[in-house]
Design a protein around this ligand. Structure first.
Ligand SMILES: Cc1cc2nc3c(=O)[nH]c(=O)nc-3n(C[C@H](O)[C@H](O)[C@H](O)COP(=O)(O)OP(=O)(O)OC[C@H]3O[C@@H](n4cnc5c(N)ncnc54)[C@H](O)[C@@H]3O)c2cc1C
Length: 277
């Protein structure tokens, strides 16, 4: 691996400072530590890899001493021992206080990260692999020049990114947002200086994630004459939404950013194994 890569990302050691619910299905974990004074996030949908300990471990096991070769060294470890690696969005960063917030969806007891978030307590240690410099490559939200409106389409896993994008957008930017959440209690204030109209779609406990977004998207007028669209959430929903925008609405695919944040029936380990195969 080149030195440039080593300089672009780094590990940040952090500990849980506070945990509080943000709505019915999400929990906000505030992480703190001296390392985070240097956290160089770019805002918007800045994502990181979070490394979590297994139950009973005192700290996440990551061979950071392997430097640029940490990944093969981590993969070579027993999966029951090596830290759980999961992708999350930085909802807010306060480097001056050495703090950042991540909002975790609680999706039952089905995955190690959601389980960890359900039990997180002040002092719990994690490692965060994130930008060492404001790194545009882990910020996907990149409206091209000439954009005069923004459409955001998200399920609850991408709600933290929507919040951070709305924090970042310049005052007055026309924004239309479609956000699908499990419960009415998930609707949250999204402060912004943009001119944002957010429609909340509450699917209820039984409908699958992404059930309401396709019809809502079909009925949505695009903001501006030259809009930029950002889609994120369950992979099947994201794929269908993109197909609709490109195939039926004729949008230029260069003006659409899309990201499958999770896939029904597959863990993040499964998705990484597929991507690597
Ligand atoms: C760039 C990026 C940014 C992300 N940002 C966030 C974020 O800020 N907040 C957030 O909560 N998530 C976010 N995610 C999604 C998160 O990484 C996945 O939901 C991840 O699978 C959670 O790990 P886990 O250990 O809980 O479950 P896993 O072990 O990965 O999966 C176990 C099972 O749970 C299912 N599952 C996973 N997520 C969900 C879900 N949300 N609802 C229902 N079933 C699910 C899987 O399909 C699988 O069957 C992001 C993903 C990416 C790629």
């Amino acid at each position: 691996m080149s030195t440039a890569v080593a300089l672009r990302y780094r590990f940040y050691a952090a500990r849980v400072r506070a945990v509080r619910p943000v709505g019915a299905s999400l929990v906000r974990v505030t992480f703190g530590g001296e390392d985070l004074v240097d956290f160089a996030g770019g805002g918007r949908d800045q994502s990181v890899s979070l490394f979590l300990p297994h139950p009973g471990q005192a700290a996440p096991v990551v061979p950071v001493e392997a430097g640029d070769n940490w990944h093969p060294a981590w993969r070579a470890l027993d999966p029951q021992v090596r830290a759980v690696m999961r992708s999350y969005t930085i909802r807010a960063q306060r480097p001056e206080r050495g703090e950042l917030d991540i909002d975790f969806v609680r999706h039952g007891d089905t995955g190690p990260a959601t389980r960890w978030a359900g039990r997180a307590a002040a002092g719990d240690p994690v490692l965060i692999l994130g930008p060492a410099v404001p790194d545009e490559r882990s910020v996907r939200f990149q409206p091209p020049a000439g954009t005069d409106g923004v459409l955001l389409v998200a399920d609850e896993t991408a709600l933290p990114a929507v919040g951070a994008i709305l924090d970042w957008l310049p005052a007055g930017t026309p924004v239309r947002g479609l956000v699908e959440v499990p419960e009415p209690g998930d609707i949250q204030p999204l402060p912004t200086e943009a001119r944002a109209e957010v429609t909340w779609l509450v699917r209820g406990a039984t409908a699958p994630a992404g059930a309401l977004l396709p019809d809502a998207l079909r009925a949505t007028r695009l903001p501006g004459a030259n809009p930029y669209t950002w889609l994120a959430g369950e992979a099947g929903m994201v794929r269908a939404a993109r197909r609709h925008l490109v195939g039926e609405r004729g949008l230029d695919r260069r003006r659409i950013t899309f990201a499958g944040y999770w896939r029904r029936g597959a863990s993040e380990d499964d998705l990484r194994a597929e991507a690597g195969a």
